[in-house]
Design a protein around this ligand. Structure first.
Ligand SMILES: Nc1ncnc2c1ncn2[C@@H]1O[C@H](COP(=O)(O)OP(=O)(O)O)[C@@H](O)[C@H]1O
Ligand SMILES: [Mg+2]
Length: 324
């Protein structure tokens, strides 16, 4: 099967006054038609940089895409001129951001903003666009009459639903949602996730869902990629990652999830912090925090091992390794 989105060896750095941040270091991933990939990892892992880079929305300067190929439905996005790329954004791939306030214009009514996207991408009349905007608002469970209100008149959860309506305005084939519920109250998070899941199913879109919440991944995703210090350290389908996590980092992430069914469950966070992005460790980038660190991990970059579509970047699983 030909993947809808295919990213090969993406490398992105930020050139700052303090030095060079190697934010994304050779990321490869695929998302099939109607598939949802969860991209998980702690803050600073490079998740947002990955998403922005494949949309070619990385701020430059300081961001520089050093290398990488991005194919969408067989088309090489990394080679498209900017005007064609603009058509792809919105018509084919759209984004939902963490904080909807940053993507909404404070001085325009929300109805007009959604309608603007529709006019720009679908070339329909303003009246028709407004009608479609109102029906999208109802789809995200906001009364159409509120289309004449401004972003500040809505609660955080409602603004995010408007952000979702905007992302859906052009019937995208892929939605990239970057921590869509992180900025919301816990009680609202579940509703917004449920809405995203319903709309994805109804519209048959594929999705990349960026989150640090494994609970959300378990509810929504069918594939998972775990990111650490700019690399995907483990990748597989939901069962592979949840039932048989391999990388010590992935196992550590699961130990951070409180088990509500287990009365005496203890949350065991992973020791240490993400490495200083200016000075990434040699060998395996996770080795200073790894409870199973071997001699080779300190000096040698781990090889990628793969079986049945479940891949891991770790010396333990290399040929001749403890679990290889
Ligand atoms: N505009 C920027 N300028 C300099 N460094 C940046 C910029 N944006 C992100 N970074 C750095 O790149 C790394 C990856 O960041 P990011 O992609 O935002 O990670 P995540 O989304 O996983 O939290 C971090 O070390 C972060 O500090
Ligand atoms: Mg981020």
């Amino acid at each position: 099967m030909c993947a809808l989105l295919k990213v090969n060896d993406l490398r992105v750095k930020y050139q700052t006054f303090e030095g060079v941040v190697h934010a994304v270091n050779g990321v490869s991933l695929e998302i099939g038609e109607r598939e949802t990939l969860g991209l998980v990892g702690e803050s600073g892992a490079g998740k947002t940089t990955t998403a922005l880079s494949l949309m070619r929305l990385i701020p430059s300067p300081p961001g520089i895409i050093e290398s990488g190929e991005v194919f969408f439905d067989g088309r090489a996005l990394h080679e498209l001129p900017e005007d064609e790329m603009m058509q792809v954004r919105g018509n084919q791939i759209s984004m939902i951001f963490q904080d909807p306030m940053t993507s909404l214009n404070p001085v325009l009514t929300v109805g007009l903003q959604i309608a603007e996207v529709i006019v720009a991408h679908q070339g329909v009349s303003s009246a028709e666009a407004m009608r479609r905007a109102e029906s999208l608002m109802e789809k995200v469970q906001i009364p159409a009459a509120r289309s004449r209100e401004y972003p500040h008149e809505f609660s955080g959860g409602m603004r995010q639903r408007i952000g979702i309506a905007m992302a859906l305005a052009c019937n995208p084939r892929l939605i990239v949602a970057d921590e869509p519920t992180t900025a919301l109250d816990v009680t609202v998070q579940a509703q917004v996730i449920e809405l995203i899941r319903e709309l994805r199913d109804e519209l048959s879109t594929a999705m990349m869902l960026i989150t640090h919440d494994l609970g959300v991944v378990g509810e929504v995703c069918d594939h998972v990629a775990v990111m650490y210090a700019g690399e995907i350290v483990e990748k597989g389908d939901l069962e592979q990652i949840f039932d048989h996590p391999m990388h010590p980092y992935t196992r550590g992430l699961f130990q951070c999830v409180p088990d509500i069914e287990e009365e005496n469950s203890v949350i065991q966070p992973i020791d240490g912090l993400m490495p200083d992005p200016f000075h990434l460790p040699a060998g395996c980038r996770f080795h200073p925090r790894c409870p199973e660190c071997l001699e080779a991990c300190r000096t040698t970059v781990p090889p990628l091992s793969e079986r049945d579509g479940h891949s891991v970047l770790c010396h333990l699983y290399a040929e001749g390794g403890a679990r290889g």
